[in-house]
Design a protein around this ligand. Sequence first.
Ligand SMILES: C[S@@+](CC[C@H](N)C(=O)[O-])C[C@H]1O[C@@H](n2cnc3c(N)ncnc32)[C@H](O)[C@@H]1O
Length: 355
Amino acid sequence: MQTAYSREQLEEMARSVPVWFHSIDLGQGVLTNGMRTAPHLARATEELRLPDLLGKSVLDVNAWDGFFSFEAERRGARRVVALDHYMWAMDQAEHFRYWKECKSRGITPQPYHTMPYYRPDELPGKAGFTMARQALQSRVEDVVGDFMEMDLSGLGSFDVVLYLGSLYHMRDPLRALERLATVTGELAVIETEAVELPMYEQRAFCEFFETNELNGDVSNWWAPNEKALAGLCRAAGFQRVEIVSGAPERWSRRGLRAAAGGMLRRLSPGKKETGPRVVRYRAVAHAWKCGEHLSDHGHSSDPDSLQIVSNIQSIYDRLPAEGRLRIVIRGANHFYFSDDGALLMLRSVLVQARA
Ligand SMILES: C[S@@+](CC[C@H](N)C(=O)[O-])C[C@H]1O[C@@H](n2cnc3c(N)ncnc32)[C@H](O)[C@@H]1O
């Protein structure tokens, strides 16, 4: 990577920020020491199944240090806007000290925005984004604003909107998605904490966290299951939704253990009733404002795969409707049926069709 700074200068820039959330490659072999590690971010980026961003306008809502904004720019986006306010307003070193202390003492933290370390006039938590943008000589624009409260008309509309790690932090997720739909021109990529209750996949529900039940964090409110996530997006005004990274395989060992554990507990008299165990995971939805795909990245063009796809399509067409819910294909690739029955190929997602 070409950079205007020496390795020593970049190391100094990385060190000058007390807390990094994202591990960002600043060039010359210098990586910021983020809580989200580089391998974790690489895997998360792959799971987003981003479309071709060349020439696109991209809005990254709740960008924090901006890893995904810089990644969109690196992929050739014409314009990228990083928007945030919440973590940018925090002295993050103080915040994480407080959060860890509450966790170790088993007490519920106060809402973070009521703490003295929440300083929206100074934006101490924006240092990482600002420093990374300087180091990368990036043209990513920044907007300081609460996406839930700000006037969205001034923001305009973007071809692709990223809404990553945010939905479960919202008190009102349906309203959040409605606001997201108003700024989305083509596609919103929504990544969120999600939940599955084995055996209840066909019901749409969200788990509610009154205080800090999820990860000791009082800023977590809701985790949808796959069906609720897709339904929320449609109810918010998106025309078409694909869950591109869904729940772990239904009959995986984890899912089976959770389901069997729940049943056993209910059948064992005298055993403390803890309720059914849920499977937690991160889901990714592609929510489209238009019926068409932005690109055909989900389709395979190699002849072997096309033959396999056509064989599977014909098996699928002959199945009774109730047999079409999930099909897992063993081997190198998994396949996905879109709502209208077209067969798409994905790399790592198990198949879901017509819920
Ligand atoms: C888990 S981080 C995700 C950051 C980044 N998008 C990513 O995926 O790595 C949550 C983001 O949501 C923002 N946010 C906005 N409103 C929030 C709220 N009420 N509670 C918690 N986080 C909020 C935070 O500032 C933070 O950037």
